[in-house]
Design a binder for this molecule. Structure first.
Ligand code: IVH
Length: 663
């Protein structure tokens, strides 16, 4: 076949396959069999294989997931993602309605289901999907385009090639897919997800798009944030338009003439919520007219034209089978109820925190009690009340242990505290929690070292504290249960990499009381080296304006301990960087302005910028005649086109590596 004929057929196949995807995933009305679909897909794959010049990031063949990335890039949202104000009952809804009518007169509302998943922001340029991002902090999110492309309900191409369209939606996992996934994971000895929302989040934040592709995620599109070329003047029309363009739109919305109808819809769905094949955690009420929305505007945090109605927390009855005590990093003993497992709000609950002894006494909670527990959203389940009428007389009162359950050291309660604390310096629980903290993301960020592995390492006597991590050997690791060769190698590499993490995260990792990630940064930039910080007295510390007496005292005490010295010496001997590094590595990119576009294999977006700067270059976001060159990764988009148009030099990742000495 000639290229020209192949190109024609490829176009045809893509159009057909897209139409079938749409019929299947959005309209739920397939018109061909799976086998016929597979045949078309194979034909397209073959042609794209034979004629690589016909490949396209927007081809339906891309749905299976491309190659893994090392880290997600960041995306700056063109329109900030606001959050919604909450209404917890009819009164709150009436207040909202009053505020709306005072500002915009009589309005109609659209009431939609509030899908319990994750916000995604989709940008289409000239009718094709250009980026998909997570919410992040509302201003910048993570670039998860490669993952979202594997989600069939997200169109890769719009029906009409609009100049620009930005859509917000909710990515979620249907209940049945969630149950199936957890079953599989249980059989494979992997940790299960607590609820569909966590499962969806875990599936989207995968560096390997093929994993996302295997997870049956869906996206309901619910808002148009920005558009050029469409004519819509209401939320209702937006939903229609989105559906026409190929998006999956939830069809359980209701147009309400007044707030009474809104309240009715909200209460109605509160009753029916469990009958849906996906989870919802409330309703979203939106002013229908876009003109009225504009008039109402937004506060710094949320739009005035919409509100989230939150369903009351779901409660269930169960039995407290036991009360155990957990010891945290700072030695606090937390009584925890062991429950007869029960399903609440979409997940199975078998533990509830009892906070402290005062709360147990206040609610008069005893072992063996029938209790009402409640779970609201992400919050740890808690006991609402004891069903005293169900008591048999066999229930047992709980007492805080006099000695620590993990190390038998004395337990004390300071006068001004609700908590009991273990006094043992070498308490294994404190040590374990301390190590878990040390390796956590904002601290030394050692990937692949979760609580389970830390537990295994301690149990096997391979480590006693976090500094011992740096002397672990490959042979030690592969002996551990469920640790393959590959994971052991990856873990060692992650540990090695953490040595260069820098002073601020290291200070945070030490777990000094009152010293969080922010204080870590502050101390690092003031003292520049661990040595200087460790010698600082209370007075020196108080000179930093943001450090108060409690923090200063805590830091000074920490560094007075002999154990601390030993610990830091060990880290230093292992080669852990303990000074604020001058990150300048060479001048090879001096005077060069560099624009990075597309996905790179070796670096994330932030990382590559650091590398450019470390070699004297200047990273920039937009291509102009002054750009020295454009570093183009996979799936590069409009910036690449612009570079070509302006005649700016384009280099590959390999070429870049050559320039910076293989960094
Ligand atoms: S509209 C300007 N509609 O609920 C705010 N949000 O804070 C636009 N959500 O995490 C939000 N279903 O992702 C809207 N039908 C729906 C929704 C919805 C779920 C989520 C949203 C965000 C939270 C609202």
């Amino acid at each position: 076949m000639y290229l020209e004929d192949a190109a024609k057929r490829v176009e045809e196949l893509r159009r057909e396959l897209e139409e079938h995807n749409y019929r299947y995933y959005v309209l739920d009305k397939p018109s061909i069999s799976d086998a016929q679909y597979d045949r078309l897909m194979r034909e397209l794959q073959d042609l794209e294989g034979k004629f690589p010049e016909l490949q396209s990031p927007h081809s339906p063949t891309q749905r299976v997931g491309g190659s893994p990335v090392r880290e997600f890039g960041t995306v700056r949202h063109t329109v900030q993602l606001l959050s919604l104000g909450n209404a917890f009952g009819p009164d709150d809804l009436r207040d909202f309605d009053r505020r709306v009518r005072e500002a915009a007169g009589e309005v109609e509302y659209v009431v939609e289901l509030k899908i319990d998943g994750l916000t995604v922001a989709l940008t289409y340029i000239d009718g094709v999907l250009s980026t998909a991002a997570t919410r992040g902090d509302g201003v910048t999110g993570e670039d998860i385009s490669q993952n979202l492309k594997t989600v069939y309900s997200v169109p890769l191409k719009l029906k009409t090639p609009l100049r620009r369209l930005e859509v917000r939606g909710e990515a979620y996992m249907p209940k049945d897919s969630f149950e199936k996934l957890n079953l599989e994971r249980e059989e494979n000895g992997e940790a299960t997800f607590a609820n569909p929302r966590n499962a969806a989040a875990g599936s989207l934040r995968q560096l390997d798009p093929k994993v996302t592709a295997s997870r049956n995620l869906k996206v309901f599109a619910y808002n148009i944030i920005y558009q050029e070329g469409a004519e819509v003047d209401s939320q209702l029309a937006s939903l229609d338009f989105l559906k026409e363009q190929g998006f999956l739109v939830n069809d359980q919305f209701r147009l309400c003439k007044n707030i009474d109808e809104v309240i009715e819809a909200c209460l109605d769905w509160g009753e029916k919520r469990n009958s849906l094949p996906y989870e919802i955690d409330g309703m979203v009420v939106k002013v229908n007219s876009l003109a009225a929305q504009e008039e109402l505007g937004a506060t710094a945090k949320s739009p005035r034209w919409a509100i989230a109605y939150k369903f009351p927390a779901q409660q269930e009855e169960t039995v407290i089978e036991d009360i155990i005590v957990r010891v945290g990093r700072t030695g606090v003993l937390t009584p925890t109820a062991v429950l007869k497992p029960v399903r609440v709000a979409g997940s199975t609950v078998s533990r509830a925190t009892l906070h402290n002894i005062d709360m147990i006494r206040e609610k008069d909670i005893r072992i063996g009690d029938h209790v009402l527990i409640q779970k609201a959203g992400d919050v740890i389940p808690e006991v609402v009340e004891v069903l005293a009428e169900k008591r048999t007389g066999l229930e047992k009162e709980f007492h805080m242990p006099a000695v620590c359950p993990e190390c038998q050291a004395e337990v004390i309660r300071y006068d001004n505290e609700a908590a009991h604390r273990c006094t043992g310096i070498a308490c294994p629980a404190k040590q374990r929690e301390g190590i878990i903290h040390f390796v956590s993301r904002d601290a030394m960020n050692i990937e692949g070292l979760g609580p389970a592995v830390v537990g295994q390492l301690l149990d096997a006597g391979l480590i006693h504290n976090a500094a011992d991590l740096y002397s672990l050997k490959f042979d030690d690791l592969v002996k551990l249960e469920r640790m393959g060769k590959k994971s052991a190698e990856n873990l060692l590499a992650a540990i090695e990499q953490s040595k260069e993490r820098g002073l601020a995260p290291l200070i945070f990792a030490l777990g000094i009381r009152h010293v969080g990630a922010r204080a870590g940064k502050l101390l690092a930039s003031n003292f520049k080296a661990m040595d200087a910080l460790s010698k600082a007295g209370r007075e020196d510390l108080l000179e930093i304006s943001e450090v108060g007496p409690a923090v200063a005292e805590s830091i000074a005490t920490f560094f007075r301990q002999e154990q601390t010295d030993e610990f830091l010496d060990k880290l230093a001997a292992a080669g852990v960087v303990m000074v604020e590094e001058n990150r300048q590595k060479s001048e090879s990119l001096a005077g060069k302005t560099i624009v990075v576009t597309g996905t790179l294999h070796k670096y994330g977006r932030k990382e590559i910028e650091e590398v450019i700067e470390a070699h004297g270059g200047k990273p920039s976001g937009s291509v102009s005649k002054k750009t020295s060159f454009v570093l183009a990764g996979e799936n590069a988009g409009s910036k690449l086109d612009k570079a070509r148009a302006l005649g700016v030099e384009i280099i590959t990742e390999e070429e870049f590596l050559g320039m910076v000495g293989g960094e």
